[in-house]
Structures are given as C-alpha cells and as structure tokens.
Design a protein around this ligand. Sequence first.
Ligand SMILES: Nc1ncnc2c1ncn2[C@@H]1O[C@H](COP(=O)(O)OP(=O)(O)OP(=O)(O)O)[C@@H](O)[C@H]1O
Length: 241
Amino acid sequence: MSPILEIRGLSKQFGGVTALSGVDLAIEEGEILGVVGPNGSGKTTLFNVVTGVHKPSGGSVSFRGHDITGLAPHAISRAGIGYTFQQAMAFAGLCVLENVQIAGEHVRVNAGAGQPWSTPQALLDFVGLAALADERAGVLPFGSLRLLGLALALATQPALLLLDEPAAGLNDRETAALVGLVRQLPGHGITVCVIDHDMKLMQMLCRRLAVLDFGSKIADGPTGAVLADPKVLEVYLGGDL
Ligand SMILES: Nc1ncnc2c1ncn2[C@@H]1O[C@H](COP(=O)(O)OP(=O)(O)OP(=O)(O)O)[C@@H](O)[C@H]1O
C-alpha cells in the first residue's frame, strides 16, 4: 500500500537558520509514527510545513497521492490532516461542547467512516470530557484542556492526526489516559504521527521512530532498533534517553 503521507526532500530556511534540510519521510496508513530529536532539531517545523502553517523552501508533501505542498492550512485540514498544538488551544469564553461544535463545522465531505463519534457529545464521551461539556474552556484544569485540544482535532475528522507533544504537562494518570485514547485511533481509521521528548511515552505508542537532528533525518525504523542506534545515542548523549 502507498503511504498516506509522503514527504520528499523537505527543506525550510528561516533567514540564515536551516530548520529542515532534505527530509524524506513516509507515514504508512494505520500506523502511529513517532518523530523525536533534540530541542531545535526541526520537529515542529516539519509539522508546520505539512499543515501549511509555513511554506517549505524546497521539497514536496503528498497526502494520499495528492500534492499538498504549500496549500493553505484550511485546505490541508479539509483534505483530512488534523493537528494538535504544543500549547493547548481553545476559545476560553465558550463552553467545551461549543468548542467541539465549532471545530467540527467544516469537516470533509467523506469524513466519519469508522469513527466512533457521530456527534460532538459522542466525541466528548470518547475523550472523557462528557461531564465537563458545559464548563467554559477557560476554567478547565490543564489536563482537561489538553484532552479538549485532542477533541478539537478529532472533530475535524482527520485521516491523519499530527500530535505535537500531546503529553507535555500531564501527570501519570492523564498520560496513561491519553496513551489509551491515541492507541485506539488507528482502529478508527486515523493514522497518527506524534512528536514528544518523553521516550517512555514514545515506546508505549510507536512501533516506528524517525529521528531529526539539526533539520536532517538521521534514523528511521523500529523503535527498539532506533533507540539503540549509536548515531541516535550520540545525539542524546547527556540527555534523558
Ligand atoms: N518562525 C520561526 N522563525 C525563525 N526561526 C524558527 C522559526 N520556527 C523555528 N525556527 C528555528 O528552526 C529550528 C527548528 O525549530 P523547531 O521548533 O522546529 O524545533 P523542534 O525540534 O520542534 O524543537 P523543540 O523540541 O524545542 O520544540 C530552530 O533553530 C528554531 O529556532
């Protein structure tokens, strides 16, 4: 089967800074792929280029065989790529349910097949926020706000979901709940690509890891083999791998 997302020779310069340099990466349908690398290695930039937040300086991105390089974020979202941000984001003055309703207003025409939520309420139930549906997003505790971020991304009914540090700031119980949710997504037709620094989390979630260093991909393969790769260990020397 051809990959759901194929990134070829992707580069991004910010002035004199090379954030990405000739990155090739394929995401296979139905997998949970992890992207790791030290601070500043280009992980978030990779997501930002794929989702249209930044235009690439070179290379291409194709989604389900269609070239989406440089399209606007709304077009990429409508094509079926969802995104959660490092900072949990929601309309603070609106309640949880209203936030999910708004996020789901402009979904893809062919979305929804195989996904376990047919209504915003069902989606809140899936992420464990049903009891907070009428609370204002602005008063939610941090862990619940993160789950709302996941619900907002799922409300767009993505075929591919990009998660940027989804467990940052979560306690162990919240992280375990998040892992349980994310693991279910491929079974509902949602391919996942996740960035995180927490290698324990990545080992729980991902069978395959890609590693970035200074904007280049230095490893890509089964999680265990990548974490034992001398090139990867060297990059993280002194870190917490
Ligand atoms: N909008 C921007 N303008 C200028 N430079 C940027 C911009 N975004 C990222 N960079 C630079 O590009 C490089 C890659 O940054 P990026 O945020 O993609 O790394 P990262 O691997 O996600 O880091 P972290 O793990 O700390 O989130 C860094 O040198 C960063 O300073």
